[in-house]
Each structure stands twice: as C-alpha cells, then as structure tokens.
Design a protein around this ligand. Structure first.
Ligand code: SF4
Length: 257
C-alpha cells in the first residue's frame, strides 16, 4: 500500500455516550480516500480502549483479568473475522519472511482441511438461522477438536499487534484452567461496553458471507485468495462515520453506506 503523506491526515474529536457516560476520543484518520484496511489500526486502537473500559469497570466490581501470556486456551476457538480482516491477515502472512510464511500457510491448510473433513464448515452455515444454543454447540464442537490458531506459538499470539478485533475482546476473570473446558457457568467474561468486532463485520462489506456473516479465521487466507478484493475507497472521516453509524444504529452525517 502507498504510504500516506504527513499532510494527508486529519485529527478530530469524538464524544461517545456509553451507558450515559460521555467518552471523549481524539482520532487521527486519512483525509484522502483509502481502502478500509487502512482504517484497521484505528479500529484496533478503539477496540483496545473499549476493552480497557470493560476491564476498569470489572475491577470496580472486584473482578480482575485472569488471562496470562502463555495460556492461549481461548485460541482454539473459531475466531470470527470480518472481510477487512481476512484481507489484512492474508497480506500479513504474504509479507512474512520464509520459512515462517510457509509454516503458517501450512498450518492454515492443515486446520482448514481438518474442519472441512469433519463437516464443521457445513454445520456452521446450517446453524446460521438456528437458536443461540445451537450456534454455541457448533462453536464448542470446534473448540473440542483442540486445534490451535495457526498464529499461536508456544502459547502466545505471534501477531499480537495485528490480531483480530474479536481476539482483543476476549478476556475472562474466571480461573484460567476453566478455559480448557468452557461452559456458560465456568467462564466469567469481562465484556467491553460495545463490541467493535461485530460492527466491523458490516463495514465496507462487499459480499454476503453465507450463513453466519463472518469468516472463521482458519478460513481467512483461502477466502481472501478466492474472493477478489473490491472495497470502495473513502476518506477516513467517511469510514469512521460508517463505523459509528453501524456501532450505534444512529444516523451519522457523512456515512455513505
Ligand atoms: S490471532 Fe492470536 S489471539 Fe487470536 S486466536 Fe490466533 S493466536 Fe489467539
């Protein structure tokens, strides 16, 4: 991607009302039209801020984050990624030096082949119109296969800075060992006040993704390879407006969606 010149950025103030509490944010975005992948670091930063708010508010209730580096138990889940993130992950892997690139691609292929063979992707599509319990059962089926994310290395995320929004939002206060056999009763999630990962699924979206409206991370490289990228180009302000319009469900000037 072509670098953005210093004079092609603009900074603005945003005030969000979260559960009646005004939150001020200063955001710097490209003033020129760009593809939405350019906005991803900004959406990642905002997600980090929302997660931090969730952690602070949990601490007020006496609940502390129990996740530690080297655990990685949650990295055997089917991480939902947005179209934008699928292309970002594919590009990130393409830019890895060898032999790392081939190793990661190999892990993606092996994991994908395994879940295809057991029919998990079909079950995922079928459960789209099902109940919450049916969908949770499909997620648990994936988890029970005990296949770690291709990016997990020695219990730690090897793309920590670039990890998907959904990974950022996953924190617990329950004992770490409970995550190896999660149930609704044994896991105490620390939730951010809003979930940008869900919003991102619909930002800039060009394709209707069958069934569940997300791409499982393990499928993302294949998906990006077989679906040509066709995103529009918009200014950073327009992308932000679209993002916040979808996050809040309110009309926001400048959002051309
Ligand atoms: S991207 Fe990183 S944090 Fe997310 S599931 Fe994979 S290893 Fe875990």
């Amino acid at each position: 991607m072509k670098p953005i010149a210093e004079n092609e950025w603009v900074t603005g103030q945003i005030t969000l009302d979260i559960n009646g509490v005004p939150i001020d944010m200063s955001v710097t975005v490209p003033s020129i039209p760009v593809k939405p992948q350019r906005m991803l670091p900004i959406f990642q930063q905002m997600t980090n801020s929302f997660v931090e708010m969730g952690v602070t508010s949990a601490a007020f209730e006496g609940r502390q984050v129990s996740c530690t580096k080297g655990c990685g138990a949650c990295c055997s889940q089917p991480v939902p990624v947005a179209e934008i993130e699928a292309y970002q992950l594919a590009e990130l892997v393409e830019n890895l030096p060898e032999p790392r690139r081939s190793e990661i691609k190999g892990r993606f292929e092996e994991s994908f082949a395994h879940f295809a063979e057991i029919g998990w992707f079909d079950r995922l599509s079928e459960c789209a119109g099902g109940t919450k319990e049916e969908q949770e059962a499909v997620v648990l089926d994936y988890f029970r296969e005990n296949i770690s994310c291709p990016f997990l290395v020695e219990g730690a995320c090897s793309i920590h800075k670039d990890r998907p929004l959904a990974c950022r939002e996953y924190l617990v206060s329950s004992p770490a060992e409970n995550c190896s056999n999660p149930t609704a009763e044994s896991i105490d999630m620390i939730k951010p006040p809003v979930k940008p990962s869900k919003t991102l699924l619909n930002v800039g979206q060009k394709r209707q993704i069958t069934g569940v409206n997300f791409i499982p991370l393990v499928m993302s490289l294949r998906w990006a390879q077989s679906n040509e990228e066709k995103f529009d180009e918009k200014t950073g302000e327009q992308w932000l407006s679209e993002f916040f319009q979808k996050l809040t469900g309110k009309e926001i000037p400048g959002a051309e969606t």
